[in-house]
Design a protein around this ligand. Structure first.
Ligand code: COA
Length: 398
């Protein structure tokens, strides 16, 4: 089962970014420290078999990190700790699988089964809730790049291009903007932005700048700047509590915009990376203003100019993230908490948020305009074009 899932990756195995760091962290997660009794061990074996069956019914590819995690838990649950020889450095696929399995150390078979069941169940429930609720809402606008769900007084905007790590193309910018407009006016108390699959979001879709329109580069850059400015403007003006549930690594605009969110919850697996200068670009999402205020000038500069990537605990320490949760219990803990928050009086929350944010709004819009102007120039620069060509060339070589 697990090995067939692992093979279903378009004929090549993708070794995710910073796997070594994440794998080490994974070992420490408290999610594996579950209490097991003789009774639930029995139930767990039955559910384990059901989970294997349910896994085959998933329609969406959950992404490489999740598949590796499933593989490792399956091996640990059925064979115990990793006892095979480590594959060679160049055997990328088998080495990634071996590393994932080995990282579980001496985790017991029972706890591995339990974690496997929880993981499959969270994947299945997110898929079924998406299709049920998307279908059942008649007056809801249909989106291609995201899902918009409403339940428990919460509007969820789910970035849904997991095969592209939820990179934001031009259509997605516009669809998030429409979804925010709807969410701002609907009956829900809070609005949440999250991602489907193993990434929160890999930032701007670099194809936005690679596909030059027949009207020329200048038109492409000025259209993109208008779309970006409108997108960030909607976040600045959003009238209710806006919460980011950062379910995995975040890159570029998906990091910079977080300074405009009211709460940011992150899985321990998340990282925060703004490789602007590497791409010949410059900061957006008002981060040139919000980041120095949140984390201090020195730390913001290291991030925004010198591409310094933050781990989730570091981002929390610096104030960009509100709280970090173990990956295994992330979805359960976060949604339990948010459901409770969403029961609070709606108007009180909205007015309090507006009081906190109102004094900054004018400044934030001015910063947004300036940042977009600079980006319009950057997107036309040779530095940026060369960096984007290099990205796609390096992908083509794999
Ligand atoms: N723009 C366009 N395509 C992107 C993308 C982005 N920002 N992020 C990921 N993708 C695509 C990849 O090209 C790949 O497409 P393919 O399957 O057709 O080859 C697919 O998504 C999966 O990504 P891949 O690179 O194979 O996964 P990975 O785990 O090895 O690496 C990232 C993930 C996010 C680290 C890597 O894709 C990356 O560096 N992306 C660019 C991030 C970026 O610079 N964003 C802009 C910031 S301003």
């Amino acid at each position: 089962m697990a090995s067939s899932l692992l093979c279903a990756t378009k004929g090549r195995w993708i070794v995710p970014f910073h796997r070594a760091v994440r794998t080490r962290r994974w070992r420490a997660l408290t999610f594996f420290n579950l209490h097991t009794t003789a009774g639930n061990m029995q139930a767990s074996q039955e559910n384990f078999e059901k989970a294997q069956h349910n896994l085959k019914l998933l329609k969406k590819d959950p992404g490489n990190d999740v598949k590796l995690k499933l593989y490792a838990l399956f091996k640990q649950a059925t064979q115990g700790p990793c006892n095979t020889t480590k594959p060679g450095m160049l055997d990328f696929v088998n080495k990634a699988k071996w590393d994932a399995w080995n990282s579980l150390g001496n985790l017991s078979k029972e706890n591995s089964r339990q974690s496997y069941i929880e993981l499959v169940s969270s994947l299945a429930s997110s898929e079924s809730s998406i299709s049920d609720k998307t279908m059942s809402s008649n007056n809801q606008q249909k989106f291609e790049t995201l899902q918009l769900l409403r339940e428990d007084n919460i509007t969820k905007i789910i970035l849904s291009r997991p095969e592209k790590k939820n990179a934001i193309n031009m259509l997605m910018y516009q669809e998030i903007g429409h979804a925010l407009e709807e969410a701002g006016k609907d009956e829900s108390t809070i609005t949440v932005l999250t991602g489907l699959g193993d990434y929160f979001c890999s930032g701007n879709d670099l194809n936005n700048f690679a596909n030059v329109s027949p009207d020329g580069k200048e038109k492409m850059a000025s259209d993109a700047a208008v779309i970006l400015e409108a997108f960030v403007g909607k976040i600045i003006d959003f009238p209710k509590p806006l919460i980011a549930v950062v379910n995995g690594p975040a890159v570029g605009i998906s990091v910079t915009m977080l300074g405009l969110f009211d709460i940011v919850y992150a899985t321990e697996r998340a990282t925060f990376h703004t490789p602007f200068s590497q791409l010949g670009q410059s900061p957006e999402g008002c981060s040139s203003y919000t980041f120095p205020r949140i984390m201090g000038l020195a730390k913001a500069t290291e991030m925004l100019l010198f591409n310094k990537m933050l781990t989730a605990p570091k981002a929390c320490e610096l104030g960009l993230v509100t709280e970090v949760f173990p990956d295994g219990t992330f979805q359960r803990e976060v949604w339990t908490r948010l459901k409770a928050y969403a029961q609070l009086p709606k108007n009180s929350l909205a007015y309090s948020k507006q009081l906190i944010r109102e004094t900054e709004k004018e400044k934030l819009h001015a910063v947004n305009v300036q940042e977009c102007e600079r980006l319009k120039e950057r997107w036309l620069s040779e530095e940026c074009m060369t960096a984007i060509i290099n990205f796609f060339q390096s992908k083509a070589k794999l």
